[in-house]
Design a protein around this ligand. Structure first.
Ligand code: HXC
Length: 263
């Protein structure tokens, strides 16, 4: 990533990124590290955390990265993980809710448990982690929360009823908490990424046999997204440059929601 922002502009910020060991959230962690923040990541799988810490150190040149396991569906896990980070870094200023699970499934064959699982990871996970971090770190101090959603819920996408429902509700949480927590000096915003190249999510959500149309040609900016596109939006929203922005979910998709047909 080139120096889009002033080097060191995030120095002093302490960021917790759920799902930060892989995909889009790994890219966000890398961006924050490169610009001077201290970064905490959590993920369900220990090997993912260990590998991410090692490669984030190498890629960023920073050693200010901390990680632990956590299933965002479990309140006790979250309490334990947040306590671990507080012990390591003292506090959290910025929470990025990115942990998610997804798969393509037709509505008619989606089991109740399949729907529930994605709602619990994406939506309830966002709620629970926010609750714990607010109580332990943000209340009385202020800070910033960034919820990662998607563009699925904006136009309605086949095979994604479970994830679209969760992401729509996450966008609602962004607005509700922006109103409720604003007087505490807490800004709450969201990012809705489009198709981001090089992520498991993108691979998982491309239908078997591939797409019948060229995505690149359909996207107004004629390219897939990069992880750094999302990282840069997150860094802006977390920074003082966004100090009067709250309650907004920014779509970062090259304009794709305007033109992308369903599959
Ligand atoms: C139909 C499926 C399924 C599939 C799981 N299920 N995969 N149903 N098609 N491909 C059903 C199971 O049968 C089960 O229901 C229920 O979902 C729970 O499945 P488990 O495997 O027991 O759940 P779990 O082990 O907790 O795993 C969660 C997971 C998994 C979401 C299913 O894929 C996961 O851990 N994913 C994390 C990584 C991930 O998905 N990253 C991509 C995020 S991308 P039954 O009824 O059989 O008990 C993203 C981007 C969104 O979110 C925006 C895109 C533009």
């Amino acid at each position: 990533m080139e120096a889009t922002f002033k080097p060191g502009f995030l120095k002093g910020k302490i960021v917790l990124i759920t799902g930060g060991a892989t995909g889009i959230c790994y890219g966000i962690a890398l961006g924050f590290l490169k610009y001077g923040a201290r970064v905490c990541i959590m993920s369900r799988k220990l090997p993912n955390i260990q590998a991410a810490i090692e490669s984030l150190k190498k890629e960023s040149g920073s050693s200010e990265i901390y990680g632990t396991t956590c299933d965002v569906r479990k309140l006790e896990d979250i309490e334990k993980a947040v306590d671990y980070f507080i012990e390591k870094v003292g506090k959290i200023d910025v929470l990025i809710n990115g942990a998610a699970g997804n798969f393509l499934v037709p509505f008619e064959s989606m089991s109740a448990n399949a729907f529930k699982t994605v709602i619990e990871i994406d939506l309830q996970g966002t709620f629970l982690v926010t609750k714990v971090v607010h109580a332990k770190c943000l209340k009385g101090r202020g800070g910033s929360i960034i919820n990662i959603s998607s563009t699925l819920q904006v136009c309605g996408v086949a095979l994604q009823t479970h994830a679209g429902a969760a992401k729509a509700a996450i966008d609602a949480i962004t607005r509700h908490l922006a109103v409720e927590l604003g007087s505490q000096g807490i800004r709450v915003n969201g990012i809705a990424p489009g198709a981001i190249d090089g992520t498991a999510g993108f691979e998982k959500l491309t239908p078997e046999g591939g797409l019948s149309i060229s995505m690149k040609e359909t996207i107004p900016l004629n390219r897939l997204g990069k992880k750094s596109d999302i990282a840069e939006c997150a860094m802006f929203l977390a920074s003082d440059a966004a100090s009067y922005i709250s309650g907004q979910t920014i779509i970062v998709d090259g304009g794709a929601v305007l033109t992308f047909p369903n599959f």
